[in-house]
Design a protein around this ligand. Structure first.
Ligand SMILES: [Zn+2]
Length: 456
């Protein structure tokens, strides 16, 4: 067999909904099975049946535990998938938390669709799930193995390199990047590079933009905190439970312990983020050298004075009555639900408060409306005037920017036959594909549902 095929069932024309199928060595392999996020139409799409029969798939490889890469896995199992699921150990540990949270939200009716799956589907899913370590070649089937590299995006994130060995000995490497990190990351090791990819499925959230200077990101973070102290207001930070929360806690820990900022009340108002932080603590050997050094010195890097974790709704609501200045970290990161929305309803009308956006805001989300300067938003049917100051720091993004994506792909320039640019808004993916073409690398923005042949 001299051919393989890739089909992009999701994650094209959008950042979210990663779902790719590689047909190779007589097997059908899925890479990621994520939720679409953002617009109401996108959310409704999630309840549609899969475009393929899940029972015909042999394997599912999971790059990392973000919902837009794993959120539909229990639905895949519910609809017949009986193959083996593989990921790193860290990804599996985080996925368990993400699924439990999703089931909880769906049961409470806090989602746009009918429940996509339940606890039974989740436990069936976890019974199919095995783990693979970074860097240890793992034999998938005859002539096909896979090696995992550190993607440096969130804890446990992996770049998959599938290695096909032709019976005559020739090798073809097919790389799925998942999401590549914005290295150097505050907590994680740098994204590893791949120098011998023949085919590459490359992410492109920031394919058309570069991030601001790294020094600037911490300066802006510190000055937002100083400003809130001076104004005696509330600083709200909508945070993603995985990675961004832990990065912010670690920075706050250092700022408080080094006396860069005075100690003020800080609330981590997200039970999910608090549980994820526990998993981060458990796998702290995966952090970069600088963080390891802090920990060797005996520092509990996610714990510092005046940090409160609010578990119950009652505790969450009580935050409103506490004295200013204060900082609230709450999910969801794009203000598309969760406790942060209640805080926004209370605090956005007051010009003394600051809302700090530290991550990607998908089109159609409340976060995107605020980012684009809406003067009035609607929360739970009520009009809310936006008078608080809106600040944005893009440098903490967990995603690589345009220059660094190009650099990453070019590492494999001598061997690359084709790059498929995915996981971005169309203008971002198209721009990155063009940049790669300009560098002499064959790159394209694939069509959803089309089966692309790869020569082996
Ligand atoms: Zn991600």
């Amino acid at each position: 067999m001299n051919e393989a095929y890739i089909t992009f069932w999701g994650g094209v024309g959008a950042v979210t909904g990663a779902n790719f199928c590689l047909e190779i060595a007589g097997k059908r392999i899925l890479v990621d099975c994520g939720l679409l996020q953002g617009t109401p139409e996108a959310l409704l799409e999630n309840s549609r049946k899969f475009d393929y029969d899940p029972s015909t798939m042999d394997y599912l490889f999971v790059t990392h535990a973000h919902a837009d890469h794993i959120g539909k896995i229990p639905k895949l199992v519910k609809e017949g998938f009986r193959g083996i699921i593989y990921s790193t150990e860290e990804t599996k540990a985080l996925a368990v938390l993400m699924f439990a949270d999703a089931v909880h939200l769906m049961q409470k009716g806090e989602t746009a669709t009918e429940p996509l799956f339940d606890e039974t589907d989740v436990s069936k899913t976890m019974s199919l799930w095995h783990t693979i370590a970074y860097h240890k070649p793992f034999s998938v089937t005859t002539n096909l193995s896979v090696v995992l590299f550190d993607a440096g995006h969130i804890l446990g994130s992996a770049i998959y390199k599938f290695v096909y060995t032709h019976p005559a000995g020739k090798i073809t490497n097919i790389v799925f990047t998942g999401d590549t990190g914005n290295s150097p990351s505050v907590l994680l090791r740098d994204t590893e590079t791949i120098a011998d990819a023949h085919y590459m499925v490359l992410d492109s959230v920031y394919g058309d933009r570069n991030h601001e200077e790294r020094d600037l990101r911490e300066q802006k973070f510190v000055s937002a905190i100083r400003e809130i102290i001076q104004k005696k207001g509330t600083l709200i930070i909508p945070t993603f439970s995985i990675e961004r929360t832990q990065v912010i806690l670690y920075m706050l820990n250092n700022l408080v312990e080094d006396n860069v900022i005075p100690s003020i009340p800080i609330f981590l108002d997200s039970p999910l983020a608090a549980k994820v932080t526990e998993v981060y603590r458990q796998f702290s050997e995966e952090f970069n050298r600088a963080v390891q050094k802090d920990m060797d010195g005996g520092d509990e890097i996610f714990t510092f004075p005046k940090l409160s974790i609010t578990w119950s709704r009652r505790e969450s609501q009580a935050i409103h009555k506490t004295a200013n200045p204060k900082i609230i970290l709450a999910g969801s990161g794009m203000s598309s639900g969760g406790r942060v929305v209640d805080h926004e309803a209370s605090f956005l009308p007051d010009p003394n408060n600051i809302l700090l956006l530290m991550g990607y805001q998908a089109p159609g989300t409340l976060g995107r409306q605020i980012e684009e300067g809406a003067k009035e938003i609607v929360i739970k049917g009520e009009k809310v005037p936006v008078r608080a100051k809106i600040e944005k720091i893009s440098g903490f993004s967990g995603h690589r920017d345009s220059d660094h994506l190009v650099e990453f792909a070019l590492e494999s320039a001598p061997t690359l036959r084709q790059v498929f640019v995915v996981l971005g808004e169309p203008k971002s993916s198209l721009y990155l594909a063009q940049r790669l073409q300009d560098e002499g690398v064959k790159a394209m923005y694939p069509e959803r549902g089309k089966r692309y042949p790869l020569s082996l």
